[in-house]
Design a protein around this ligand. Structure first.
Ligand code: UDP
Length: 329
């Protein structure tokens, strides 16, 4: 039996495939390569290029492969883009998931682990955030992910499918082998943007606001290594395979770092002064997002192995300095 990884050529998807294959699982990938990279596809995974909005395509994968469960990463995930092009997010994230679920129900495939996000919470009422806390997204990306969670809930109630939703905090870092890492175009995430400075691709890093109500005025985030996220997907799929009920888990280290602290750590890791300048706040950014992941630890047995920020940034630096243009030659 195989696991179907939708979006397995993307950042978190490709790292999850590497962990699945290391764990001896059979993996089938489907990815439209809109934001994913063929070079990130593990050579031992079977690959199909296609779009989850294409019912005939997704049906053909389920018809031809012995799929036991689905891990679903296939979505657009940029907060800023979702604010200027919300319908793109409704189309890919929601319409895509609708078509996927129709096909899963028709093929009697009843287990799905899916990428959700801390953006479902919006501005938190308190930190660390629990899964039961208020969800009130401040951007369209988070809104579509929350709607996807609800789509799974109603589909589950009607058709018996079971799901696990994993709400990631700030995914970062790269595979220890140095073979795969983060490669977005355009890049919008803090750590890869910081590392463009020592890589000679950017003169300085912009700090989006230093007037937040935090210890140094800059936003606080919970940075979690992509390989630790990947492990959580395997544990979540095993939980469903063992008969586990629908569930939602936060995935973070439970420790927050300010933007300035992240820049300082990158200075230490790279030995580069990394000049920084403060610019106005970015729309839609909550002041702080820190996860309580106690539930993932106790129910799934999740135990992040790369919690140290210096280690996280070192793996990212190892990737970016050797692949300054991502997967492009
Ligand atoms: N950030 C920043 N400068 C940048 C990019 C990001 O100050 O060039 C800040 C951003 O405002 C947020 C944090 O870094 O507080 C993490 O942003 P990122 O886009 O990496 O992840 P997000 O928290 O939006 O998912």
């Amino acid at each position: 039996m195989a696991i179907l990884v939708l979006g397995g050529a993307g950042y978190i998807g490709s790292h999850t495939v590497y962990e699945l294959i290391d764990a001896g699982r059979e993996v089938v990938i489907a990815d439209n390569l809109e934001t994913g990279h063929i070079e990130a596809v593990h050579p031992k995974a079977k690959f199909y290029q296609g779009d989850i909005r294409d019912r005939a395509f997704i049906d053909s994968v389920f018809d031809n492969e012995p799929i036991d469960g689905v891990i679903h990463f296939a979505a657009n995930s940029l907060v800023g883009e979702s604010m200027v092009d919300p319908l793109k997010y409704y189309d890919n994230n929601l319409c895509g998931t609708k078509v996927l679920l129709e096909s899963m129900v028709a093929h009697n495939i009843g287990k799905i682990v899916f990428s959700s996000t801390a953006a479902t919470y919006g501005e938190p009422e308190r930190v660390p955030i629990l899964e039961t806390d208020r969800t009130k997204p401040t951007n369209c990306y988070g809104e579509t992910k929350l709607s996807m969670e609800k789509m799974f809930q109603w589909t589950s109630a009607a058709h018996g499918l079971r799901f696990v939703s994993l709400r990631y905090f700030n995914a970062c870092g790269a595979h220890v082998s140095g073979k795969i890492g983060e490669a977005h175009s355009p890049e919008t995430h803090l750590i890869p943007l910081i590392l463009q400075v020592p890589n000679g691709q950017r003169e300085k890093i912009s700090i989006f606001g230093d007037d937040y109500d935090t210890k140094d005025g800059t936003c606080i985030r919970d940075y979690i290594h992509v390989t630790d996220l990947a492990q959580a997907h395997i544990l979540a799929m095993d939980y469903l395979m063992a008969g586990g009920e629908n569930n939602i888990f936060n995935l973070g280290n439970g420790v927050g770092f300010t933007v300035k602290e992240v820049i300082d750590t990158a200075r230490k890791v790279t030995g580069h002064p990394i000049p920084a300048e403060t610019v106005p706040r970015r729309a839609g950014d909550p002041a702080q997002l820190i996860a309580s992941s106690d539930k993932a630890r106790s129910v799934l047995g999740w135990n992040p192995q790369h919690a140290d920020l210096e280690e996280i940034i070192s793996t990212a630096w190892n990737w970016h300095k050797n692949h300054p243009n991502g997967f492009a030659k």
